[in-house]
Design a protein around this ligand. Structure first.
Ligand SMILES: *Cc1c(COP(=O)(O)O)cnc(C)c1O
Length: 373
């Protein structure tokens, strides 16, 4: 019976997290950093010693994601970047790594710094060149993001894995485990910024890694390093995350519906030059996204206003239902002028990145219409 549970049921039940002590239908929040031993010095609860290593709230949140991801093991970190850093820190000095170009700027920026400090050869490449670079460089690891932020590029995970020898790590933040399960199609490790849609309420910073290959050296190193170096999510954040994830499938369904409707509307709008969204048939990654995602294309899209930097900023200023703020995946819609944030990375000056929330689509479309007017 349990094996056949579907994502909406797993999420709504928080993978069965209850509070046995009170009979509560939601888990208790347990902030204790340390756990008692009895007179014989045996642990009261053998799996609880110290909260840098173990905490019930952390395990509860990890179990929900593990089940949604179809993974053997899931580890939570205090941010998405902490999860990414945990992966890269396993690389030996002098190793080579291939990282997709044009991905989340925070990743690119930190990885460049880190690789320079550690004498790691960093090869940044876009598809299809990325495959050749991975084959020729003898890279230990390939890191990609799909759909990517803010270009919405798609990577064919199965095809990439079949073509390379390296460990394949996929940042699937924009898809969430609801729309895509990268481990089932070839990824060795899947990563998410749980700060985004997994939590969905813009009030928790968290990152997550999952794998099916627990015995792999890289996973053993990641797990040992999280425990030893203490990059752990706190119990309150884990508790909030478990709460947020109860509605994850519902939120993703609505966000995807809203996003495709908005993308289509803006694509046809005379004052819009282009829309990047994998759900649009005109998008170069549409076929790949349709093959490896199910149930929608997520809430992230980018809009090229037909005009200058000033025109784009004027549109952003006029929007009312879309808050001007970075980040994505929350219940509230956000917009960001990416060129202002990363001016030297080739982001078009007229690009507006949009995170579509769960509001009424009529309000969202009307808002863009008045802003573009
Ligand atoms: C936000 C984000 C990250 C970083 O996650 P944080 O939780 O902000 O540290 C990594 N990758 C992608 C695609 C993101 O959107």
């Amino acid at each position: 019976m349990k094996k056949t549970l579907r994502p909406a049921t797993i999420a709504a039940h928080a993978a069965g997290a209850l509070d046995p002590q009170s009979g509560g239908v939601v888990p208790a929040l347990q902030p204790s950093t340390t756990f008692t031993r009895d007179e014989n010095y045996a642990l009261t609860r053998p799996d609880n010693i110290y909260s840098r290593d173990n905490s019930d709230n952390l395990r509860q949140a990890e179990e929900v994601i593990r089940k949604l991801e179809g993974a053997a093991e899931t580890l939570l970190f205090p941010s998405g970047m902490a999860a990414i850093a945990a992966v890269f820190r396993t690389l030996a000095n002098g190793a080579a790594v291939v990282v997709q170009s044009g991905i989340y700027w925070g990743t690119t920026s930190w990885v460049r710094d880190f690789c320079a400090r550690r004498q790691i050869t960093l090869i940044e490449a876009d598809l299809p060149d990325l495959v050749k670079q991975a084959q020729q460089s003898g890279a230990a690891m390939v890191f990609v993001e799909t759909p990517s932020n803010p270009w919405l590029k798609t990577v064919d995970i199965a095809a990439l894995k079949a073509a390379i020898d390296a460990v394949l790590v996929v940042d699937a933040t924009a898809a969430t485990p609801i729309l895509m399960q990268p481990l089932a199609i070839g990824a060795d490790i899947v990563m998410h910024s749980a700060t985004k849609a997994i939590n969905g309420h813009s009030d928790v910073l968290a990152g997550v890694l999952s794998t099916n290959d627990i015995a792999a050296q890289i996973w053993q190193d990641i797990r040992a390093d999280r425990k030893g170096a203490g990059a752990i999510l706190g119990p309150f954040e884990a508790w909030l995350l478990t709460r947020g994830m109860r509605t994850l499938p519902l939120r993703i369904e609505r966000m995807s519906q809203n996003a495709i409707a908005l993308a289509q509307h803006l694509f046809d709008h005379p004052k819009v030059a282009d829309v990047f969204y994998p759900g649009l048939p005109s998008h170069p990654g549409h076929e790949i996204a349709t093959k490896q995602m199910n149930g929608g294309y997520g809430g992230l899209l980018s809009v090229l206003v037909d005009g200058s930097r000033e025109d784009a900023l004027r549109v952003v200023a006029k929007l009312q239902c879309f808050l001007r703020a970075t980040s994505l995946g929350g219940v509230e819609s956000l917009v960001e002028h990416r060129h202002t944030i990363e001016p030297h990375t080739g982001i078009p000056e007229n690009l507006i990145r949009v995170s579509v929330g769960i509001e009424d689509i009529k309000d969202l479309i009307a808002d863009w219409d008045q802003a573009l007017d």
